[in-house]
Design a protein around this ligand. Structure first.
Ligand code: OGA
Ligand code: ZN
Length: 366
């Protein structure tokens, strides 16, 4: 990819394809200190106030720089690299390819917590691992003083919910959610009744004295791609039917209508939602419902099957960070008579991990 000039026009040449760059596009990228606050990198001018008929009066191109004088009298020396960078898709979650996995996945790549890990290369690698597999496990994370909040806020910002800034997952009397019992939790995604659904869940093991209570994970992306291949009719109805997810307690009613498999505008995987304790399908035609129920049963079978589910025990200090739009998680039953089982959880959003990854890339020159 390179920049080329022809008379007073700037072109982007990419694999034999030549396209003119709009002069206004360049004009609003003027980056001298008269135009950009050098500390915040924010514009000091409002481009909507510029005249529309911006043209180029004079041009000069060297290896690294493009000099432009515009017809409103402004001049700028652009770094060619910066212009080219804008044409490359710079979003990590799109650039780091997802690796589909099933029960044969060996969890080997764990990251030990260390002082100041949030500014180190190991955090960068952990985040790349997260984008590939949809989860990453940190070991030996301090378990005192609700450290999970600290941890989350060192990557980005905690996404608070009506369960609080963080929540304690332990068996307790009068629970407002089955998570706060010793019952097994089949693979599910958290909080599908919220809009937007929390993107990333952190679960930190504080105590685990029981023999049961194993943690489970399923790659919802892999399962939905398998469903698409093997049961296209089922896949279709799950991607097309919006169901009502709801949560009700004494202080709030949360409802969100969404598909169990949500696709993006290109028809590609975007998000799974699955929590059969709190989904309500609308009263659609009987034939459609017939198909929907079979489809839901099938995807539930796949999510719960040994083919896709990994099972492992969290020990105190383990902190798992998982993509709540891609993965399902759960736990096996445990017996409260055997001792304590205590996890703490909280949520963060995608801008936290993406922002951190870009920051680390910049700081560490990766
Ligand atoms: C939850 C949950 C899993 C566990 O709190 O949302 O799924 O291991 N907990 O207790
Ligand atoms: Zn959960």
């Amino acid at each position: 990819m390179k920049i080329e000039l022809n008379e007073n026009k700037v072109f982007l040449e990419n694999k034999g394809l030549k396209k003119e760059i709009h002069p206004f596009w360049l004009r609003e990228r003027i980056d001298g200190d008269k135009y950009i606050d050098q500390i915040t990198q924010q514009r000091l001018f409002d481009p909507t106030e510029l005249k529309n008929n911006i043209k180029i009066d004079k041009l000069n191109l060297s290896d690294d720089f493009l000099e432009v004088t515009f017809n409103d009298g402004t001049y700028n020396k652009f770094n060619v690299k910066n212009i080219l960078k804008e044409f490359l898709n710079d979003s990590y979650n799109q650039n780091v390819a997802k690796v589909k996995w099933d029960s044969s996945l060996k969890i080997s790549n764990n990251f030990n917590f260390e002082e100041n890990i949030f500014e180190k290369k190991s955090m960068y690698e952990a985040l790349i691992h997260f984008y590939k597999y949809g989860f990453v496990i940190f070991k030996k994370v301090p378990t005192e003083n609700n450290f999970i909040v600290n941890f989350a806020n060192s990557i980005g910002s905690v996404r608070r919910t009506n369960f609080g800034e963080f929540f304690n997952v332990k068996s307790k009397p009068n629970p407002n959610d089955l998570a706060y019992t010793s019952l097994p939790l089949a693979p599910h995604t958290d909080n599908p009744y919220r809009n937007p659904v929390p993107c990333i869940q952190l679960l930190h093991c504080i105590e685990n004295e029981v023999t049961g209570g194993l943690s489970t994970l399923v790659d919802g992306y892999n399962v939905s791609e398998s469903l698409k291949k093997d049961y296209p009719e089922y896949y279709k109805i799950l991607t097309e039917t919006k169901v009502r997810f709801q949560f009700i307690d004494r202080s709030v009613i949360l409802e969100n209508w969404s598909e169990m498999i949500e696709l993006d505008q290109n028809g590609n995987f975007k998000q799974v939602r699955f929590s059969p304790r709190l989904d309500f399908v609308p009263l659609i035609d009987k034939e459609k419902l017939e198909l929907f129920y079979s489809a839901r049963k099938k995807i539930s079978e796949l999510y719960n099957s040994n083919k896709y589910r990994i099972e492992f025990k969290l020990i105190p200090g383990d902190l798992i960070m998982m993509d709540n739009h891609r993965l399902l998680h759960g736990r096996t039953r445990y017996d409260t008579n055997e001792g304590n089982r205590f996890l703490q959880g909280c949520y963060i959003d995608y801008d936290s991990t993406e922002g951190k990854l870009k920051h680390l890339k910049r700081e560490l020159n990766i």
